[in-house]
Design a protein around this ligand. Structure first.
Ligand code: MSP
Length: 515
């Protein structure tokens, strides 16, 4: 069994979860579930980024302590992930004592192994609290951060601990060029290579006026004690989650995959590998930089006020339909838009009229013509045609070409379309009218083929729509949990003798709240 440790970004605890946060967790969840169905030993980590100036400021605005704010938000995020069926094995919070100790241990280890990598330096520059980062002139437009144009930049003059990132340019370039594909998709890799080619500046590792954070382990030569810069606190969560500097036996470092948005890819593919290298620790296998869900062309953001109530969106057609829609509509390697019109269209066309309809027709026919028991039938052309799309589904899901979840869904849904066409061309209701032996056998063959097709569709769609897949699986009489079905062994799937049971409509046409 191969170990598969995957992570998402940890979300800032300064506002409620939005559709952008949900998109990333749902995408990562589909990958985690897919890997479990391949038989991997998966550890799926998500969590909250709870320190830093942004959180401190939000708490002050709300008149509460930062701890009260982050406790409340951690509960709200967890509740949302539960509602969306996110199957994380661990939920880390950067205020956890274990994490705080781990970050200090990591910094101390860098001081020990590469003492030259930290140095004191007086610095002045524009700081964006939205990014929690200093900004260069190229990242400022009309006096504002290009990513957070509604926020005011702060002029900061401080003496801090600095990390010698500039030393790692060649190492990072080689890492990004390595054919094993440290960073995907390709477009992100090219962006990062261009950044490195422009030359890397050293980055601040501690901040002086920040109080809400982890004390930096070493005082400045003046004796001043500072707080760890929030990215130096946040990035190590992936490592501290494993129990670093000890081993808690939950997940083992290194991670196989970090899934993060394109706005923070550079922290994960430039600063993070350099920190690990400085600490002489292994690097993660791969980083995937996904794109953005947009609303009316704008990205969701607390500061820009582009929001849409996630609860309302989930309530529209239920959590599974929401998961399906986001991952089908927004390419995982690029950007895409959310709209209720498109959501309704896809819900009706793909789920209600296509998959749901196929399942209910097949179950009704088995009940009517074969007393609810799936007859025996030999493999046919449908099995061969499905096998081609299943291979394409795997190649979009297994990382060999990246994580093209939208493509995988397209292939899984191609099976559904073919299934509906097969019903139309074979006309089982006509066969059922004939009393001869040949027609009886032909009907057996059609019905058994249809259940095999549905079973395969259900296994392939399970990472995307886990509850609906289990419902279909039970209705067609599949054994146990659909998630226990290995998705790489669909060739020998045989449904002979399964007993089907009609259930409630899977995707009712009336909007309802099932989330
Ligand atoms: N706390 C940092 C991450 C630290 S990881 C060591 C952070 N938090 S965030 O709350 O701003 O964003 C969390 C994740 O959500 C990031 O990967 C970010 O790219 C992603 N998204 C935020 N808005 C998004 C969209 N509109 N669409 C898709 N993902 C987006 O950054």
């Amino acid at each position: 069994m191969s170990k598969y440790f995957l992570t998402t970004a940890i979300d800032y605890a300064n506002g409620d979860p939005h559709i952008g946060h949900a998109y990333e967790k749902i995408g990562a969840d589909a990958i985690a579930r897919y890997r479990r169905q391949r038989g991997d030993d998966v550890h799926f980590l998500i969590g909250m980024d709870e320190h830093g100036q942004k959180v401190e400021q939000t708490a002050a605005q709300q008149g509460v302590t930062p701890q009260v704010l982050v406790d409340a938000l951690a509960a709200r995020f967890s509740a949302m992930w539960q509602r969306l069926g996110i199957s994380n094995d661990q939920f880390i919070r950067t205020t956890d004592a274990m994490h705080r100790a781990g970050v200090r241990a990591l910094i101390e280890r860098i001081f020990e192994r590469n003492p030259d990598d930290f140095y004191e330096r007086a610095y002045e520059g524009w700081y964006c609290v939205g990014c929690e980062a200093f900004k260069t002139d190229a990242e400022i437009l009309d006096g504002k951060c290009v990513l957070h144009p509604t926020r005011t930049l702060e002029w900061v003059e401080e003496r801090n601990w600095f990390f010698r990132l500039s030393k790692y340019g060649d190492f990072l370039r080689a890492l990004l060029l390595d054919e094993r594909g440290f960073l995907q998709p390709e477009s992100r890799r090219n962006e990062m290579l261009a950044l490195i080619d422009r030359g890397l500046d050293d980055v601040s590792a501690s901040r002086s006026r920040l109080t809400w954070g982890i004390p930096f382990p070493k005082p400045l030569s003046s004796g001043e004690r500072q707080t760890t810069y929030v990215w130096f606190d946040a990035l190590p969560n992936y490592l501290t989650a494993t129990g670093f500097p000890g081993d808690r036996g939950r997940a083992t470092w290194p991670a196989q995959l970090h899934i993060v948005g394109k706005d923070i890819t550079r922290f994960h593919t430039i600063i993070w590998p350099a920190m690990l290298r400085a600490a002489e620790l292994p690097l993660p296998d791969r980083v995937w930089g996904h794109g953005f869900v947009l609303l009316g062309g704008e990205r969701f953001s607390k500061s820009a006020g582009v929001r849409l109530d996630v609860d309302e969106a989930v309530a529209r057609h239920g959590a599974d339909a929401f998961r399906y829609f986001l991952l089908r509509e927004v390419p995982f390697d690029g950007d895409g838009s959310f709209s209720f019109e498109r959501f309704d269209e896809r819900y009706n066309a793909d789920l209600a009229n296509s998959w749901g309809n196929l399942a209910s027709r097949v179950i009704a026919m088995i009940e009517k013509y074969r007393g609810g028991v799936v007859p025996h039938g030999a493999p046919d052309d449908q099995d061969t045609a499905d096998a081609r799309h299943i291979a394409a589904y795997h190649s979009a899901m297994d990382g060999s070409r990246g994580f093209l979840l939208h493509e995988a869904l397209q292939h899984a849904m191609a099976l559904v379309t073919r299934g509906n066409e097969f019903v139309q061309t074979t006309q089982p209701w006509q066969l059922a009218k004939q009393m001869d032996e040949e027609s009886r056998r032909a009907l057996d063959s059609v019905l058994s083929s249809l259940v095999r097709q549905l079973a395969r569709q259900t296994v392939l769609l399970a990472p995307f729509m886990p509850s609906k897949a289990q419902e279909v699986w039970e209705q067609i009489g599949g054994p146990g949990l659909v998630t226990a079905q290995r998705n790489d062994r669909l060739d020998d799937l045989d449904a002979t003798g399964w007993t089907v049971t009609k259930g409630a409509p899977l995707f009712p046409k009336e909007a309802r709240s099932t989330g």
